[in-house]
Design a protein around this ligand. Structure first.
Ligand code: MRU
Length: 371
């Protein structure tokens, strides 16, 4: 793995979370742990490095970890394309993060593509399949963004042209996908067509994806936004300062329950109590038709240290970590929660808008996933 660092780029310049140049047997990822203070790229040349990048959240976000997992499997097959090599690498990558179903979906897809091939053809086919997953994700983002944009246009019309305030949580942007995001895709499109828009960004304790990633992305695009602490969300809704909430998803069960970053459920409850529309942006690989309800979704529990210590830039400009509790304080760190389907006002998918779980099923012809 090699690393290169450069200052964070000025507003308006493009950035990509994952790059695979045709014919090259490695990938380059943006190290999201360094944002927003520096843009650092890592070249990943071995399956172990791909697994490590997902585990340590160099890359994160459901669609992106799926794509990096797919390339990881291609890297593994370059060195060992036997059945045993395939199944060991699949298991290792799958074990990196348990909640987002996109990872398993992408790994299964690459495995299904190569399993029947002779070993000398497997790596090439795996690279191709990973590239296809990448390009499909770009297209999913674009289609989903277009449908979400229609919702935003309606909202502006209802507000008679005044600026709309949309709240988001965590990061479901370009940094979480291969394209320009899921929950953020409609926001980027709305801004591009000059819809007056302001985004409330909740900081997303403990890893601060809202503060360090979403706020950074919105700034790159010049979209007006304000960072708030997670616990301010309900107050803002009660004051009438939020016109809609839009979030991404890590896994959606067949009954429409939505698993997303911890804190999403609380926002959905506050939204319902204050009659604020609560929208979930989800590409079809995020739906897990095998699970009846969200209660069956494995919730990742991460290290207590993430709660007890915060990483940031200290006054001399260097990155640092500070403790925020007495040494030895017990801490619990669930990374995701489940929002019941009844609290979701709209599912924004690449196939259109679903008003409830029945229409979500209808859009997917009762259980088909992307492809
Ligand atoms: O722990 P993370 O940063 O991987 O969590 C990401 C989220 O919860 C996103 O909202 C979700 O993956 C959707 S990304 C399009």
């Amino acid at each position: 793995m090699s690393r290169s660092a450069e200052p964070a780029r000025p507003a308006g310049e493009r950035y990509r979370a994952l790059i695979h140049e045709p014919g090259v047997k490695s990938i380059v990822v943006l190290d999201q742990r360094a944002l927003p203070h520096a843009v650092v790229h890592q070249s990943i040349e071995h399956v172990d490095a791909a697994a490590d990048a997902i585990r340590s959240m160099v890359v994160r976000g459901a669609p992106l970890i799926g794509a990096v997992g797919a390339y990881g499997l291609a890297l593994a097959l370059e060195r060992d394309a036997s059945d045993a090599g395939l199944s060991t690498a699949h298991a290792m990558l799958d074990a990196t993060r348990p909640t987002a179903v996109n990872l398993r979906w992408a790994l299964d897809r690459v495995r299904a593509r190569v399993a029947a091939l002779p070993t000398d053809a497997r790596a090439g086919a795996a690279w191709q399949e990973a590239d296809t997953i990448y390009t499909e994700d770009v297209a999913l983002n674009a289609a989903l963004g277009k449908h979400g944009l229609a919702l935003l246009r309606d909202l502006v019309a209802q507000r008679e042209g005044r600026a709309i305030n949309v709240m988001t949580h965590c990061n479901a942007g370009a940094l979480a996908t291969c394209g320009f995001g899921t929950a953020t895709a409609p926001l980027f499109l709305a801004h591009a067509e000059r819809i007056p828009l302001h985004v409330w960004v909740s900081e997303t304790r403990p890893r601060m994806q809202g503060a360090s990633l979403t706020a950074w992305e919105l700034r790159q695009h010049g979209i007006p936004h304000t960072l708030v602490v997670d616990s301010a969300s309900a107050l803002l809704m009660r004051r009438g300062d939020v016109d809609a909430v839009i979030v991404g998803a890590d896994r959606v069960a067949a009954n429409g329950d939505v698993c997303n970053k911890i804190g999403t459920y609380g926002k959905a409850l506050a939204a319902r109590d204050n009659a604020v529309p609560f929208w979930v942006a989800l590409p079809s690989p995020t739906i897990d038709w095998t699970l009846d309800t969200g209660d069956e979704i494995p919730i990742e529990a991460r290290a207590a240290d993430e709660v007890l210590r915060i990483t940031g830039r200290v006054d001399d400009g260097t990155a640092g970590r500070v403790s925020i509790a007495t040494d030895g304080t017990p801490a619990l760190n669930y990374a995701f929660d489940v929002t019941p389907a009844r609290l979701v006002s709209r599912y924004i998918t690449e196939r259109g808008i679903a008003v409830d779980v029945r229409s979500l099923h209808a859009l997917h012809r009762n259980g088909s996933r992307g492809r």
